[in-house]
Ligand binder design. Structure first.
Ligand SMILES: Cc1cc2nc3c(=O)[nH]c(=O)nc-3n(C[C@H](O)[C@H](O)[C@H](O)COP(=O)(O)OP(=O)(O)OC[C@H]3O[C@@H](n4cnc5c(N)ncnc54)[C@H](O)[C@@H]3O)c2cc1C
Length: 256
């Protein structure tokens, strides 16, 4: 089996397959480490803590061999008093804040324990050719044939419509959230109302820049489209176990 993309999704799929005894797996990713794109994006934004609380990371689905909360508790002696307090918050069922480095260590732990490092290859996939009995995946220096390919390639950032300026590429004075802000830019116009915009604004203000914040509608607010955290507590998860995919989607919609 070939998994394209070793982000959180690819890592979860490879780890779940490992529990099922499927070890003949190759992971292909253009980044140099599992979840590399995720951590790269987080670093560009200087995001020091996760946007999601401890209970949102219950480990490999269906095989909760180590939850993020348990992993952090096992590393208690390395945590600061504030980080320990967040763990107590999570244990008490309140929303909690996870340091990015704890999550990074957890991803490493999941990858190492499910033998992902032995199966991952650095490559950009450019071609997937299905045949009757197999599928061939090709990329830079890679040519693999397997019975199945699973695409875990994540999402690309959303481009602004080209009509915002005259054609492509974007002008030098425009940058996206996953690019560094050009040196010398003293005033920024930030478009967007999500957590990413909040990080860009916070970084700009910290760096002494002036910021104009543009929201699409008068009632749009800084927001996080999240699943209700009650869903992730033990009682919420109990509803989730043993359900069909359709049941899960219905449940998720109800809890959103
Ligand atoms: C700035 C930011 C902060 C976030 N913070 C949080 C948070 O705190 N908590 C949270 O739960 N979620 C957070 N999210 C959301 C989280 O990043 C995504 O939900 C998660 O990364 C999705 O995982 P994924 O594996 O589907 O995709 P990705 O993480 O994007 O992984 C896809 C992988 O596929 C690889 N890939 C793609 N195309 C190819 C190709 N052609 N060949 C080879 N490899 C390829 C990429 O290199 C990448 O590693 C954040 C997102 C952003 C943008």
């Amino acid at each position: 089996m070939v998994i394209v993309g070793a982000g959180p999704a690819g890592l979860a799929v490879a780890s779940a397959l490992w529990h099922l005894g499927v070890h003949d797996v190759v992971l292909l990713d253009r980044a140099d480490r599992p979840c590399g794109r995720f951590f790269g994006r987080v670093d560009v934004l200087q995001q020091r803590v996760l946007r999601s609380p401890y209970e949102h990371h219950p480990g490999v689905e269906g095989y909760r061999d180590c939850e993020l909360l348990d992993f952090a508790r096992l590393n208690w002696s390395r945590l600061t008093p504030i980080e320990r307090r967040e763990i107590r918050m999570a244990q008490a069922g309140h929303r909690s804040v996870v340091p990015v480095d704890v999550f990074e260590a957890f991803c490493h732990h999941v990858a190492a324990n499910h033998h992902v490092y032995e199966r991952i290859w650095r490559a950009t996939v450019r071609e997937v050719r299905p045949r009757a009995d197999a599928v061939t995946v090709r990329g830079d220096g890679i040519d693999v044939t397997a019975s199945l390919v699973i695409l875990c390639t994540g999402e690309e950032r959303q481009a602004a419509p080209p009509v915002w300026w005259d054609g492509e590429p974007s002008p030098a004075c425009v940058s996206y959230w996953d690019e560094p802000v050009p040196d010398g830019a003293e005033q920024l116009v930030v478009v967007g109302a999500g957590l990413t915009a909040a990080h860009v604004i916070s970084n700009a203000l910290t760096g002494g820049r002036r910021v104009h914040w543009v929201l699409r509608q008068a009632d749009e607010r800084y927001q996080c489209a999240d699943v209700n955290s009650a869903f992730f507590r033990a009682e919420g998860r109990a509803h989730f176990d043993g359900t069909t995919w359709d049941d899960r989607l219905t449940l998720m919609r109800r809890h959103r």
